[in-house]
Ligand binder design. Structure first.
Ligand code: GLY
Length: 264
């Protein structure tokens, strides 16, 4: 997929709902402040738009506290979109809420539909050469097998990889920087899953900065992690720092907040 793995014409986001205060979290580090999250979200959308992309902002969905994290609802590839089956029971219904938007944009939309299949977009990293999927508490073998069959129809190979224990999603610990380069925590890279890729290591103690996004010429990166930011700048990336303090309370990051794609 080369540049198609990080150059996109479109993104979809969803504004945070007041119910975000009830969002899922592994550890309670405080209640997210809605106003601060809204300000961070606005900066995030502005940074996407600054690259020239069309950004579709969906309205808040109060029935789904975690629905700001739209990435988990779908996988968007050049050939089509796949509607996921989130493994968190409170999030399962978010996928159906996203489907009409993608059906308006894509000619081909397929679905993970088996009762036993669960898979969330946060566990999927699309690189320039393959689709990597980490099995996690949210993504199971049946979900991965169903997705593998769909993407094979579109000419993509899928490889199951390792999500470190206790880590929410595969992409909690890594990000694509360009077709052959990933930003990764040491604990994830140590699994060997990025053999053959160039790996930029997240600085020790800044593991929470591993979830960033390359979107066209920009890298959107969470504010507050200066040593890792400097590594990316030194590697030649145009880094835009975005506040992530409130999403971080819900284990969310830069990738979680958008679907990024060029509709086919
Ligand atoms: N709070 C995001 C998630 O757990 O899916």
């Amino acid at each position: 997929m080369t540049d198609a793995s990080f150059r996109f014409t479109h993104a979809v986001t969803r504004q945070p709902a007041a119910s975000i205060t009830s969002g899922l979290r592994a550890v309670d580090t405080g209640t997210p402040d809605l106003a601060v999250m809204q300000a961070h979200h606005a900066a995030y959308v502005a940074a996407l738009r600054a690259t020239g992309a069309t950004v579709i902002e969906l309205p808040p969905l109060s029935a789904f506290p975690d629905s700001v994290f739209v990435e988990d609802t779908a996988l968007c590839l050049p050939q089509g979109a796949v509607i996921m089956r989130p493994g968190a029971p409170s999030r399962l219904g978010e996928a159906a809420e996203m489907a009409p938007t993608l059906e308006d944009l894509y000619t081909t939309v397929r679905r993970i539909e088996r009762h036993e299949s669960f898979i969330e977009g946060g566990d999927i990293l699309v690189t320039g050469r393959e689709v990597l999927v980490g099995r996690s508490a949210r993504t199971n073998a049946a979900g991965i097998a169903e997705l593998a069959a769909i993407v094979a129809d579109w000419g993509h190979s899928l490889r199951e990889v390792f999500t470190p224990p206790g880590v929410l999603h595969f992409k909690t610990d890594c990000s694509l920087m360009d077709a052959d380069t990933v930003l990764s925590t040491d604990r994830l890279a140590a699994s060997g899953c990025f053999a053959g890729y160039r790996v930029i290591a997240v600085a020790e103690g800044e593991e929470a900065s591993a979830n960033a996004i390359r979107f066209n010429d920009a890298v959107l990166f969470p504010a507050g992690f200066p040593r890792t930011r400097d590594r990316l700048v030194d590697a030649g990336y145009a880094v835009t720092e975005i506040g992530n303090s409130e999403c971080a309370k819900l284990d969310g990051g830069m990738s979680c907040l958008s679907l990024r794609f060029t509709p086919g």
